[in-house]
Write a protein that binds this ligand. Structure first.
Ligand SMILES: [Zn+2]
Length: 283
């Protein structure tokens, strides 16, 4: 079985001053395979730039995804914020389509003052509307629903599964650090990882886990969930080696985006760890 794990940072390398296209060239030269283009604080990439990014990434057989703006909140207490959120998400999907980036990763919303079910319904309704517009514009990227790190955010594993089940063109994005943080540190053993992947597989079907999109870092957390992402080996967990071995044993393909503060440096470390495990098993 070939090695099917692909690695890259969330955004440009640490301290990198160039464009996204230049970052892709730099990362590919380092031996990395992927990048999640960050549009989290608003849109910074023009259509022209997006076309150049697409060309450069194709030349390097590079895998791109995009992180949509943090300002999106499809379950806001304010109707106006929900409308703006749908517009922003549609714009992110359009830009990602031009760039050749998929999925467009999303933190869907906050519970606010609402019951959790009500917030989830608002998210699902909003997403369905955006997906309809995407279809009419022939935008074919997937929307990635991320497991979120704060207990105030829509995005438990069960909620992500329910959203993906109900909304076409969505896929789960598993952020293991976030799951660890929002559940008080429960991602420890092989079985803890397998439980998350297994639930997605059982509830949604095997096609949803054969090509996983994963975010990884260690993480500091408290009662409200995530505090900050930490480098590999910080000791807070979750532990990367266990996930790498599990994915290799399962034989699923996965793009693993490194969200530690060391970004590309830890992405390379993850790739080396995973390749080490893979080669040991092969022999
Ligand atoms: Zn995220």
């Amino acid at each position: 079985m070939p090695f099917k794990l692909y690695f890259g940072p969330a955004g440009k390398p640490v301290g990198f001053r160039g464009t996204v296209a230049e970052a892709i060239e730099y990362l590919a030269k380092m031996g990395l395979d992927a990048m999640e283009v960050q549009q989290v604080r608003g849109f910074t990439i023009s259509v022209e730039r997006a076309k150049i990014i697409r060309e450069v990434s194709q030349q390097h057989k590079f895998i791109l995804s995009m992180h949509a703006p943090y300002a999106i909140n499809l379950s806001s207490d304010k109707a106006e914020t929900i409308e703006k959120s749908k517009e922003r998400l549609l714009k992110a999907a359009e830009l990602a389509h031009i760039m050749g980036a998929s999925p467009v990763v999303l933190h869907p919303g906050y519970y606010g003052k609402k019951e959790k079910d009500k917030a989830l319904k608002l998210v699902i309704d909003g997403l369905k509307e955006v997906v309809e517009k995407m279809k009419s514009k022939k935008i074919s990227v997937k929307i990635g629903i991320e497991t979120t790190g704060k207990v105030s955010q829509v995005g438990s594993v069960d909620e992500v599964i329910q959203i993906v089940r109900e909304v076409p063109m969505t896929v789960p994005v598993i952020d293991f650090a976030h799951i660890h943080a929002r559940t008080g540190g429960t991602i420890k053993t092989h079985d803890d990882y397998l439980n998350v992947i297994g639930r997605i597989e059982n509830e949604l079907g095997t096609e949803y886990v054969k090509h996983l999109h994963i975010h990884f870092s260690e993480i500091e957390f408290g009662l409200k969930g995530e505090k900050r992402h930490l480098p590999l080996g910080s000791g807070t967990g979750p532990k990367f080696e266990i996930l790498a071995e599990l994915l290799i044993d399962l034989g699923y393909e996965a793009v693993i985006i490194c969200e530690t503060p060391l970004l590309e440096k830890d992405a390379i470390k993850m790739k080396q760890i995973a390749l080490g495990i893979f080669n040991k098993k092969k022999n």
